[in-house]
Design a protein around this ligand. Structure first.
Ligand code: BV8
Ligand code: ZN
Length: 238
């Protein structure tokens, strides 16, 4: 079975990755739903919704500020780096649910951030959007227009950016191989991307330490860590 997948990897022109928190776990960034996952300690409805933000903006900001500092202190791991390296040999697109920017820091050039970025802020009222470069003198930080700034992430109950979502569907629907890494596929609509690829005949590979709802639909499921497995997969084509 693995040999057949290796052959399709070699022949593939376009490879699309769908990634989740598991790919950054070995960089020291906690996942959401696993054993040490963030949602075991915190209630997402109290931290990752617009209602929670208006109810307690300081609390929500403190949580994001701490996560951002942890993320900026972390480094891309061998998983992120090997996806970036694959661009030397193939057309590669990364559709990520992560907000940590580690794919870009690893060198990937075609990254679609489905759930936004923790490195950027936007105004809750006007069009202002910017990268965060320094710490804030107060939380929540305020925009020049006087209204609150918020992290530029997609919270539960909010729509994904239409442009990014449409591009993600197009890439998923037109790839030869899809490699799904470190996601529980629990969150919609991102969990539909493998369905688009499968419907269009892509070879499906999963890299995850645990089973997922799509494991049965995979051509091969590799039950081991992203930082260990991705370099091995990339070495097949290099
Ligand atoms: C939307 C960003 C239209 C910020 C995140 C009921 C009420 C309201 C809404 C809904 C509802 N039912 C369904 C919905 C829709 C909702 C949804 O799917 N909810 C689920 C939870 C039921 N989705 C939305 O609201 C989305 N918008 O649908 O708009 C709409 C609007 C209103 C009503 C209906 C529809 C927006 C979702 C965006 C959520 N944003 N956060 C932040 O991070 O703070 S979600 C959060 O989960 C993360 O950010 C992450 O992006 C996302 C996905 O999680 P994963 O990445 O998969 O991580 P997880 O921990 O789950 O899994 C890790 C995996 O890695 C595991 O499988 C593990 O085995 C594996 N692993 C661990 N270590 C390793 C590893 N694998 C390999 N190597 C390792 N080392
Ligand atoms: Zn503003």
């Amino acid at each position: 079975m693995f040999e057949q997948v290796a052959d399709r990897l070699k022949k593939a022109e376009k490879i699309v990755f769908v990634t989740g928190a598991g790919i950054s776990q070995e960089s020291g960034i906690p996942t959401f739903r696993g054993k040490d996952g963030l949602w075991r300690k915190y209630d997402p409805m109290k931290l990752a919704t617009i209602d929670a933000f208006y109810e307690n903006p300081k609390l929500v900001w403190e949580w994001y500020d701490e996560r951002r500092r942890n993320i900026l202190a972390a480094n891309p791991n061998a998983g992120h780096l090997s996806i970036a390296e694959l661009e030397k040999y193939k057309q590669v697109f990364v559709l990520t649910q992560n907000i940590d920017g580690l794919h870009q820091r690893a060198g990937s050039t075609q990254v679609y951030e489905l759930h936004g970025s923790i490195i950027t802020i936007k105004c809750t009222v006007c069009d202002f959007k910017d990268k965060i470069t320094t710490g804030f003198s107060q939380l929540p930080p305020l925009c020049k227009c006087g209204n609150m700034l918020r992290p530029d992430v997609v919270w539960f109950g909010e729509p994904l950016s239409q442009g990014i979502w449409q591009s993600a569907i197009e890439q998923a629907s037109s790839c030869d191989v899809m490699i799904i890494v470190g996601t529980s596929l629990a969150v919609s609509p991102a969990n539909l991307l493998p369905v688009y690829a499968k419907q269009n005949g892509a070879t499906m590979i999963e890299v995850n330490i645990e089973q997922t709802p799509m494991s049965q639909s995979m051509d091969v499921s590799l039950r081991s860590s992203a930082a260990k497995t991705l370099p091995e997969l990339v070495s097949i084509v290099s």
